[in-house]
Design a binder for this molecule. Sequence first.
Ligand code: ATP
Ligand code: LTN
Length: 338
Amino acid sequence: MVNDRRPRVLSGIQPTSGSFHLGNYLGAVRQWSAMQETHDAFYMVVDLHAITIQQEPEQLRANTRQAAAQLLAAGLDPERCTIFLQSHVPEHTQLSWIMECIAGFGEASRMTQFKDKSAKQGSDRTSVGLFTYPLLMVSDILIYQADQVPVGEDQRQHIELTRNLAERFNSRYGKAFTVPEPYILKETAKIYDLQDPSVKMSKSASTPKGIINLLDEPKVSAKKIKSAVTDTGSEIRFDEQEKPGISNLLTIYSTLTDTSIAELETRYEGKGYGALKTDLSEIVADWAGPFRERTQEYLDDPETLDSLLAKGAEKARSVAAETLAQAYDKVGFLPAKH
Ligand code: ATP
Ligand code: LTN
């Protein structure tokens, strides 16, 4: 049961691919599942955000169901948290317009995720939505009065923007929003690409070889782990500067098995990279096998899945509508009815 006095937490994940990857899980979703025990938690699949980059409609529908099924398979329980789709709660986009009007153009132009993604696509193919995306994210968070936002390191700048706009609104119009804190676990804040450990593992990476997808066949993941770029030398030691490849594998190993890095270093003393990779492939396969099965069970019953999401949206809307009404009033909009 939701307890109102618990701190409120909110986060979102994009349905931009059929499968989450290990970075999504270790950097974000794992924390979501732990926090539903201690927080009043709201988690959503951000389908509105996904269309900032062109999506094929049938594929988007499939990916969205697949994302929701994976959240449930990762342990999110609709009895203990609110799970929903962003497009089912129209208040997000309504608040977003207000945020667009109080954010500065320069401020929005400094968002590094926009700069990276638009540079990759070129300005003609970059949508205006990709530029305003952070303001929709600001609204996602503020509309639930979230105290904390569990995300990976790549989202820190967006949470800073959220804090700034919440404070700006509150001081300009009177307090309407909670100013949220980021919740970023240091050890797993950034899982790196297996082929290029200088960039984060990302759904939109240039080569699929660098990404461990949670729904991949174990054989496929094992092959990717075995061909992960490693560093010169043969010693298994955590050193992000000198040994970024091995350090990344150690982080994944350590968090999936709840073993400290120091203990892993001792365990693998005198052993080669091959031994570490073979063991890690097995660990990933053992974790991902049951995860894939659970995901498939939810996908095999789309009616139940859709009805869970409809209930989640109803709960989410009741909170969102209240915040929006307050914000509309503070801005000076007349009420639509008496
Ligand atoms: P895209 O490449 O399409 O932007 P993504 O792989 O970055 O997608 P998102 O849906 O944007 O995934 O992110 C979902 C959550 O996963 C966010 O909280 C994000 O910070 C986290 N995350 C994504 N990649 C990593 C990573 N490599 N390491 C740790 N956390 C990550
Ligand atoms: N921008 C985030 C996804 C996202 C989000 C949110 C995360 C959209 N709205 C609200 C936390 C809270 C991303 O790209 N990972």
